[in-house]
Write a protein that binds this ligand. Structure first.
Ligand code: A3P
Ligand code: MG
Length: 399
């Protein structure tokens, strides 16, 4: 392994790319993350459009359809106050996904293989694009404001396309393996809220008696562009609102969230500074227009709702000098993509540039070959290089 990582001071870089090479000591490339460096005007962001979708079932098997999509079914607005016990069913009716299984981009790659012949924009468009998960982009957007959790993103180029796939940091792994029981239950509660708020059919009623199985997911695949960077990314969508004014995705999608009930202006301020930033970044990227939040009491029951329109979230923090700014988030993400595009120049699916970031420092890069960092699966690389024959048959006999 050859390491290029080195710390640099903020402001040394322009456009996220290091200056000209010097024969004696070529500086290791790095990208600063201080918010003040990215406070320019909001960059171009193409209105996201949905290219397609796929579903993962209770056994985490892929299906190239929308079978896992659920329908927004909130209690009547003028009925009595909600009383959703989010701890009900825990732990006996909880089937959490096996987090030891590293899926990388595999499900998205399978979708891409099945659709690359029909992509709008043609194969040339994909050759210039960045392919990744929405969640990875969310982490990039929030980086200039993140004080606690670092990240690592592995990058490989194949037939021009730049693929980005997150690597679990040692700290994140250690935290996951020692996750306290209370945190595990809190995770369950977020999914349980979805069960109370969603039905399996349009106009149907939620059924909170079933199990909460986090293997199940409905994922939408989006196309957008940030600055000069065409994007193809996928993200899990909580539900579709059959009563939404627009039936066109993503305008009809709803993101569900839970949070603690707040009782003081100080608590709201902290919520707007930290949690709302993450909610905004997650929903803004795919163009999901609203987040419906359930606020839980100390016993874990949702007692009230509030809808946050994604495009109005910034208004809640705009006047706070210690708040966040969407322009900073998007400008930093664009700078990172430029940095990655100019760093990963070789087209080689086994070559990995690992971008690493810890709060307080710049993004650094190290170079690796093959295992354990290479993440583009052989079945994908072979199919793409052999001119896109059909994807492999996997353990999913019924589709
Ligand atoms: P809430 O965040 O609503 O409480 P999402 O909102 O992204 O659809 O995720 C659904 C639920 O998954 C979350 O509910 C939370 O319970 C759990 N979850 C998602 N990301 C998590 C993370 N990084 N750490 C812990 N739990 C997470
Ligand atoms: Mg959600």
């Amino acid at each position: 392994m050859e390491s290029q990582g080195a710390k640099r001071g903020a402001g040394e870089l322009k456009d996220g790319v290091t200056g000209g090479p010097s024969k004696r000591s070529r500086p290791a490339p790095s990208l600063p993350t201080e918010a003040s460096l990215y406070a320019g005007p909001f960059p171009f962001y193409r209105r996201p459009s949905e290219l397609g979708c796929f579903s993962l079932d209770a056994e985490r098997r892929y299906h190239g359809d929308s079978r896992a999509l659920r329908y927004f079914a909130p209690p009547p607005a003028h009925g009595s106050a909600p009383d959703f016990d989010l701890r009900e069913g825990y732990p006996e009716r909880y089937r959490p996904r096996n987090e030891e299984i590293r899926e990388g981009l595999d499900h998205l790659l399978r979708w891409l293989l099945e659709h690359r012949g029909q992509l709008e924009g043609g194969p040339g468009w994909l050759a210039g694009a960045v392919v990744t998960w929405r969640g990875h982009l969310t982490k990039l957007l929030t980086t200039p404001y993140e004080l606690r959790e670092g990240w690592q993103l592995a990058a490989s180029r194949l037939q021009g396309t730049l693929y980005l796939s997150e690597v679990e940091t040692p700290a994140a792994r250690a935290q996951r393996l020692t996750r306290p029981p209370l945190l595990r239950e809190l995770m369950y509660m977020g999914y349980k809220f979805e069960q109370y708020m969603c039905a399996d059919t349009p106009g149907g009623s939620p059924d909170p008696s079933g199990e909460v199985n986090t293997n199940v997911a409905f994922c939408s695949v989006f196309r957008s562009r940030l600055g000069t960077h065409p994007l193809l990314f996928s993200g899990e969508v909580d539900c579709i609102d059959p009563k939404a004014p627009s039936t066109q995705p993503p305008a009809c999608y709803v993101e569900l969230k839970t949070s603690k009930e707040m009782h003081s202006p100080g608590q709201w301020k902290s919520f707007y500074r930290h949690k709302l930033l993450k909610w905004w970044a997650q929903s803004f990227l795919p163009g999901v227009p609203r987040v419906v939040a359930g606020f839980r009491d100390p016993e874990g029951s949702v007692r009230s709702f509030r809808t946050f329109p994604t495009m109005e979230m910034f208004e809640l923090i705009r006047s706070d000098r210690e708040g966040w700014n969407p322009s900073v988030c998007m400008n930093f993400c664009a700078a990172f993509l430029s940095f990655a595009q100019s760093t990963v120049t070789q087209d080689d699916p086994r070559l990995v540039h690992l971008f690493s970031w810890e709060p307080g420092g710049p993004v650094t890069v190290s170079v690796h070959h093959g295992a354990p960092y290479a993440f583009l699966p052989t079945w994908y690389v072979e199919a793409v290089t052999q001119n896109f024959p059909s994807p492999p048959k996997t353990s999913c006999p019924e589709d």
